[in-house]
Structures are given as structure tokens and as C-alpha cells.
Design a protein around this ligand. Sequence first.
Ligand SMILES: [Zn+2]
Ligand SMILES: [Zn+2]
Length: 120
Amino acid sequence: MIIGPPGKPRKLSRKQLRKVIHMTTARCSCGFTELADESLTDHLQRAFMPEDCRGNDGQVHDETAVFTCRCGYVATAAQGLDDHFLEAFTPAGAIGRDGDKHEAAQPPERHVSQLSLDLP
Ligand SMILES: [Zn+2]
Ligand SMILES: [Zn+2]
């Protein structure tokens, strides 16, 4: 599923910096798999963030300064602000602007084959 960019290129450069910090492979229920140039958080924000940046609470949420939201929320780290945005913009049922459901899925657990199976 392709979702158009929210039209805020100034945010992308900062998020690209965040990707260096948050390098975890994750998937979305729509089939999206985290790529080198787009994280799951970016994908979810793209899916849920409305054009007017108005959150579920009716307030406008947008990054105004480092880790600071227009609503007054200040995060201590990039992940905190991302979480704040996801919480503010995720609609009931996690249905994105494209009509698909988007929900973070945990990457499948790795069952390491080198487990020792010393049975009695
Ligand atoms: Zn906010
Ligand atoms: Zn998705």
C-alpha cells in the first residue's frame, strides 16, 4: 500500500536522523515492512496524520522544535515525540486515511537453531 507523503519535507531530514537510532525491523498489519529509508513509525504517521495535523483530541500536533509539539508536549527523546504523535493521530480501529488498518506487528521471534537439546 502506497501512502502519499504528508507534504512536510522539513520533517523528513530529522526523521532520517532518528532512523539511525531506531534500527529495529518491524511490520504493519497492512503488509508494510520497515525499510532502510522508512521506519514503521514514519509509515504509521503517514497513514494516520491528517492534512491539518489535528489529533483525535481536536488539538493540532506538529513538531515545532526539537522534541516539542505544538500542543505543548515536550518529549525527552525522539521516540517519545513519535509515540505522542501516534497516540494523538491513531483513529479508533487504527484505520488509516487510505481505509486500511495499520497496526504495528511485532517481528517474528527468532528461534535460534543452536539451542542445546540435551534430553535426559
Ligand atoms: Zn501534541
Ligand atoms: Zn500499514
